[in-house]
Design a protein around this ligand. Structure first.
Ligand code: DP6
Length: 378
């Protein structure tokens, strides 16, 4: 090898993303001169009802998913873009998280940038100062990659909009597209309300590359639906989502899971239209438990629930039966419990959480949130 030649060895997924650039999303010709500009976006987290679990090398999902976009659990990100002369093929950036220079997220952002540079080559002409903070406590165990990646992608798209001619529809579609490359579930945070990501025979508009808001005929029972997040475990996730997705490649139940997820999408769509909240509770809880059963049946296997998670689940089911209030739980790939309920039962459910469930939470902590309207530029 000639001296001085640097060889960068990329993991297979990145090679694939580089090789298969999708024409539609490569930025158009630059039509404006921008030397220095700053954009800020706040973008929410989302909670999946039908879970995305298992992905392909090009960061597309093995099955479609549907989520509620949250409101108050969000990341605020500002990016200052300053024009530079950059002859390398690497995007130049510095990163601050909650006011402090951050190195722990750097590798993830570097990987993200190297995967999107083909779609946003204009980024090479800038130095990026990224400053980010979360509305929820850093160590609350809440997955922040969806809100963080979507907020950063929206700032990048704001620069693209300044430099090239794009309309709003494309702005959000590409924001969802590049968010997905950063973290799959992040693509569902770009729009408010209820989001669909993936391909499915019931959704002619669906795509594995970005998410779409489901606006048609949703029952009013889901308007302002609430999500109370019980902080059962504040620690770092025992297993990252990326590793969890990978475990699905060899999970003995993966094929049946992908089929069931597709069926659950059809069922959930009917429920969202009819407003049958009992069926909603059954389906959402079954999805959450299936996600955890997949982790338990992978090799290596993981038990991500804590004893308190199970206690809370049992109490929620008991409360639902005794009160007839359609409250249910869902879970991410961790121990925390999301409690979903209609707004008109807020008082009863919040009282129940305070009295019976908060004792299972770290420092009695829980976060009250609801379905939100999506990201905002600030
Ligand atoms: C359990 O989006 O965090 O929350 O694409 O590797 O970043 P990556 O994974 P991520 O996976 C989320 C998994 C989940 C279910 C869901 O949100 O659909």
């Amino acid at each position: 090898m000639p001296q001085g030649v640097r060889v960068r060895v990329s993991p297979p997924a990145q090679i694939l993303l580089h090789l298969m650039l999708i024409q539609e999303f490569i930025s158009k010709e630059i039509s404006a001169e921008v030397n220095e500009v700053s954009f800020s976006w706040e973008s929410p987290s989302n909670i999946a009802l039908v879970k995305y679990w298992g992905k392909n090398l090009d960061q597309t999902p093995k099955n479609p998913s549907i989520s509620f976009t949250l409101s108050d659990c969000k990341t605020t990100t500002s990016v200052l873009f300053k024009k530079i002369k950059n002859t390398s093929k690497i995007i130049d950036f510095e990163l601050f998280f909650e006011g402090e220079r951050n190195i722990s997220f750097r590798t993830k952002i570097e990987k993200f940038f190297s995967s999107i540079v083909g779609y946003c080559p204009f980024l090479l002409n800038y130095h990026l100062t990224i400053s980010s903070s979360n509305s929820f406590p850093h160590s609350s165990g809440i997955a922040s990659s969806a809100s963080a990646m979507s907020a950063l992608s929206l700032c990048i798209m704001s620069l693209e909009k300044e430099l090239t001619l794009i309309d709003d529809e494309f702005f959000y579609k590409k924001a969802s597209f590049i968010s997905r490359i950063g973290s799959g579930s992040a693509c569902r945070s770009i729009y408010g309300g209820i989001n669909f990501w993936g391909t499915h025979s019931d959704f002619s508009f669906g795509s594995d590359l970005y998410s779409t808001q489901i606006s048609k005929s949703i029952s009013s029972k889901f308007h302002n639906y609430r999500d109370a997040i019980l902080i059962i475990d504040e620690g770092k996730k025992e297993v990252s989502s990326s590793v969890g997705h990978e475990l699905m490649n060899d999970n003995p139940f993966s094929q049946i899971r992908f089929k069931l997820a597709k069926n659950n999408i059809s069922k959930l769509m009917k429920i969202l239209e009819s407003g049958n909240l009992n069926e909603f509770c059954n389906l959402v809880e079954s999805e959450a438990l299936m996600l955890h059963s997949l982790m338990m049946s992978s090799t290596p296997s993981y038990v991500l629930m804590k004893p308190a998670t199970l206690s809370v689940i049992n109490l929620i089911r008991e409360f639902r039966k005794d009160s007839n209030i359609p409250v249910c739980f869902t879970l991410d790939a961790g121990a925390n419990v999301h409690i979903l309920f209609p707004e008109n039962f807020s008082q009863e459910v919040i009282n129940f959480i305070k009295k019976k469930l908060s004792v299972f939470c770290v420092k009695q902590k829980y976060i009250l949130d609801f379905i939100g309207t999506g990201p905002k530029q600030i």
